[in-house]
Design a protein around this ligand. Structure first.
Ligand code: FAD
Length: 318
């Protein structure tokens, strides 16, 4: 069952889902399972697996010059999705980005997913490479997520890159895209961002997963504005519990989102990571309860290696 079918089957009940990161290169998949296992009792409807493109690593050589090597620290998105389907028999949703792929490579990645029986995909542009200030599409790659959606929709109709293919097998991907209740950091205004979001949905995206937010009003307003613009697909709220001192500055800066005053005041008083985890967990529980009461399609948690905390939240909510 794909993501949208799960939502429809739930008939208004709020599903539970979460996102994981592939482990760092060289780690065992058992480490990944150890993060998923504690959450299985809550019967997640789907698990998203992020995609991490290459980064450049600079090393000083014996002649004093720097050498630059491209490396992917967290490979394995597709393999992990197949492993999740195989081990847990639940849907896995690979994230697929424009960055790091030409259109031909995207097509090949989608063929791999199709052959593995993975028919969900979250279509994203991806962030710039860490050493670059702006996103630069790969040669022959897509510049925006909407173009990636177009390519997947074309394959769903049996239209592959090569004109010479006759009667090519259509794929059957259910496509999700990202949405930003507090607007994407590059966008001039929320309205401009919503216009681009609508273009992704009009192109064939069937649901939206939001960037994390800590003020439910931001989500409710966002949904209202989407509906007013004619974006009528399910909008799944993305939630993340704050658990470390580092999050306090990292989250607003990296994701360009605000923390509500009450939460910020409370965090300022915290002395240790344990204090922060306690407050972040309680905040996330309250957010989750209110969203669930409002009948959101799924509560989607960014676990980021903190499945124990997410388990505590989900236990309090479901
Ligand atoms: P787009 O929808 O392409 O939008 C990017 C920006 O361009 C926006 O400001 C938009 O308003 C603007 N825009 C769109 N179309 C046009 C146009 N035609 N003309 C001018 N401007 C336009 N990143 C990863 O690398 N890997 C992941 O696994 C990953 N998972 C994510 C999961 C979620 C739920 C979210 C919310 C984000 C995730 N990201 C991930 C981060 C995401 O890739 C970045 O936020 C990226 O900067 C934008 O991606 P997008 O798909 O929203 O891009």
């Amino acid at each position: 069952m794909n993501v949208v079918e799960s939502i429809e089957k739930a008939k208004g009940e709020t599903l539970f889902s979460f996102e994981i990161l592939p482990p760092l290169k060289g780690s065992s998949i058992k480490k990944l399972y150890a993060g998923i296992d504690p959450l299985m009792e809550f019967k997640p409807s789907f698990i998203n697996v992020t995609y991490h493109r290459e980064e450049y690593v600079y090393k000083k050589q014996s002649n004093g010059l720097l050498s630059r090597t491209a490396t992917r620290k967290r490979p394995g998105t597709v393999g992990i999705c197949a492993a999740i389907k195989n081990k847990y028999k639940i849907e896995a949703v690979p994230h697929l980005t424009c960055g790091g792929f030409s259109k031909e490579e995207t097509e090949d990645a989608l063929i791999d997913l199709n052959f593995l029986g993975i028919n969900n995909v979250l279509a994203l542009r991806g962030d710039p490479i860490k050493s670059e200030p702006n996103f630069v599409p790969d040669d022959g790659g897509h510049a925006y997520a909407k173009e990636l959606v177009d390519q997947i929709v074309a394959m769903n109709s049996g239209n592959y890159m090569s004109d010479e293919l006759v009667n090519a097998e259509p794929t059957d991907f259910c496509i999700g895209v990202a949405g930003y209740p507090e607007k994407h950091y590059e966008s001039m205004s929320l309205k401009t961002d919503l216009k681009h979001l609508k273009a992704k949905v009009d192109a064939g995206a069937e649901y939206i997963v939001t960037q994390m937010f800590f003020d439910n009003k931001k989500y409710f307003d966002f949904v209202e504005q989407c509906r007013a613009m004619g974006i009528n697909v399910p909008i799944i709220p993305g939630l993340k519990p704050i658990t470390t001192m580092r999050h306090i500055s990292f989250i607003p800066k990296t994701f360009s989102i605000d923390l509500p005053e009450d939460l910020a005041d409370g965090l300022e008083k915290c002395k240790t990571n344990e204090d922060i985890t306690r407050l972040g967990t309680e905040w996330c529980i309250e957010q989750s309860k209110e969203l669930k009461a409002a009948g959101v399609p799924s509560l989607h948690y960014y676990t980021m290696g903190k499945s124990k905390v997410v388990k505590e939240i989900v236990s309090a909510v479901y």
